[in-house]
Design a protein around this ligand. Structure first.
Ligand code: NDP
Length: 283
């Protein structure tokens, strides 16, 4: 009898440029597992129906990306603590009892890429997060768990940053503001979690907001340096990184949740970086 092949997918809109199918196939090859992983365009209004059908037809796990993470959070019958805190889910898992568990591996991906792959110490650091959307929600708790000195969320719509910070209830460690409030402030690490890079834009940042030899990290990634990565290099950053490593690390954590085997994420990052051949970025 032919063994049935476990099915996985990533849902989102748009989705055609997703690197996730490639990353999961590489993980499957590395660990000698038989599975399929496809990218499927799913508009928000069809999310519940398509997801229910996917699992009813034997699908084992899903990744959900923009703009579906909040819908996936609402869909999951059970949630891990990190998903609960972020109010966004990027990984759905069919459990043995047939229920669906929601997790969020984005923050794990970012922290692992920063600390393990790039040796950045977040402990006691002064961190600025740009943006207060879904990605920011997912990274705040894992960053706080690294015990930074302080974190500030700055957003184009300041009220959203203030509200997001309030939700985590750490007034001494986490606060929110608008970009105009950043004048005269200095940070060791700046994380761009806005979607500005996707349209070739840069959040308005004052001069000297990054300490000399600080760290910049753009959650967005591309085959060329993003505007924020270039800003980091132009403003004296020791490292100015994009989000490819985070993408692979969040995928590795999802793979581990589904398959109980940890793939070699660094080998996949090295391969993808070699393919895009970027000078300095992601290294
Ligand atoms: P959302 O749409 O939820 O949030 C977008 C945020 O960006 C909002 O805070 C918005 O501000 C801000 N913003 C948008 N345009 C601009 C601009 N031109 N200038 C300043 N601020 C702007 O998106 P997500 O949070 O889901 O995603 C954010 C980024 O993170 C994307 O680039 C995404 O690709 C990336 N990402 C990368 C991952 C990875 O694995 N590498 C994982 C997850 C996300 P306002 O509130 O005022 O509208």
């Amino acid at each position: 009898m032919t063994p049935s092949i476990d099915r996985y997918a990533v849902f989102g809109q748009p989705i055609q440029h997703s690197k996730s199918p490639r990353i999961h196939q590489l993980f499957a090859q590395q660990t000698g597992q038989l599975l399929t992983y496809v990218a499927q365009e799913v508009p928000p209004e069809q999310f519940i129906e398509v997801t229910t059908t996917f699992f009813a037809e034997g699908g084992k796990g899903l990744n959900c990306t923009v703009p579906l993470k909040e819908l996936a959070w609402a869909y999951a019958e059970h949630k891990t603590e990190r998903a609960q805190l972020s109010k966004a889910v990027n990984t759905l898992v069919l459990q043995a009892n047939g229920s669906i568990l929601g997790d969020n591996t984005d923050g794990y991906g970012l922290v692992t890429d920063l600390t393990f792959n790039h040796g950045v110490n977040l402990h006691h650091a002064n961190i600025l997060i740009l943006g207060a959307g879904g990605a920011s929600r997912g990274i705040i708790a894992p960053l706080l768990a690294q015990n930074p000195a302080a974190m500030l969320i700055a957003n184009r719509t300041p009220e959203k940053a203030v509200q997001l910070a309030r939700e985590f209830n750490r007034p001494n460690q986490l606060s929110g503001c608008g970009f105009a409030d950043l004048a005269q402030q200095h940070f060791d690490i700046i994380i761009n979690a806005t979607s500005a890079s996707l349209s070739g834009q840069l959040p308005p940042l004052p001069a000297n907001v990054l300490v000399d030899q600080g760290i910049c990290y753009d959650l967005a990634y591309a085959n060329q340096a993003t505007p924020f990565v270039n800003w980091g290099f132009a403003n004296g950053a020791l490292k100015s990184l994009d989000g490819l490593g985070m993408l692979v690390e969040q995928a590795a954590e999802a793979f581990y949740i589904w398959r109980h085997q940890r793939p070699n994420s660094q080998a996949v990052i090295a391969l993808l970086n070699a393919e895009r051949n970027l000078c300095g970025v992601g290294k």
